[in-house]
Design a protein around this ligand. Sequence first.
Ligand code: SF4
Length: 248
Amino acid sequence: MSSPAPELPRALRERAEASISQLRAAVGEYKNVCYANSLGSESVVLTDLIWESVPEIEIFSIDTGRLYPETYDLIERVQNRYGRALRLYYPEATDLEDWVAQNGINGFRDGVDQRHGCCGIRKVAPFRRAVAGHGAWVTGIRRQQSASRAMAAPVEWDSEYGLHKVSPLLDWSEQEIWDYIRKKRLPYNSLHDSGFPSIGCAPCTRAVQPGEDERSGRWWWERPDSRECGLHPRRKAAALAVAGSGPK
Ligand code: SF4
């Protein structure tokens, strides 16, 4: 269960209340709202907001099979804190077996098409099953994370998956995310203390240097305009704007 936490500073409390209002509005507007928990720093904030204030939102995560051990530890610590279970979705075994047989265990490094193929089986297909039958999904993206995400709206129609996409943390700064985590003593992925601002699959995520774009540790061998996993397709203009700079 939640441990006692000191009172949040007023600005941060108002930030959290605005996000909770947005989540409640989504529950009132759409049938079956779910939250796709990506197990990063924003995710522990959103999980806290949802399980403490809007518990009717179902929370799920995708276990790609290639996550860091620290990420599995985080899943257990989050579940223990709230006494609730994250629903985990997995890749279809036969699809994955066929893909690995054809491309190799680390074949995602051989080209953008292969990488998208791996993300498609390990992330996108389980995600599609997870959101089926829901009216909206919640994401923890923030405007500061990339030029593409800077253009996002709080609620958008997600034509790829056929439901609304709600982003209640869009205006939070990274500092606010960490202030909330520390004030409320939330469990977080220990890799964040080793230079990982964004954490995905182990072979496709690395630490970044101070001052580098926070998504530059993801798929670093690719051009910046291809570095999304398929759950948050890049907007064309933003993809052009970010090409040549660094990028989750
Ligand atoms: S992030 Fe890497 S290992 Fe994970 S699904 Fe995508 S390509 Fe595969």
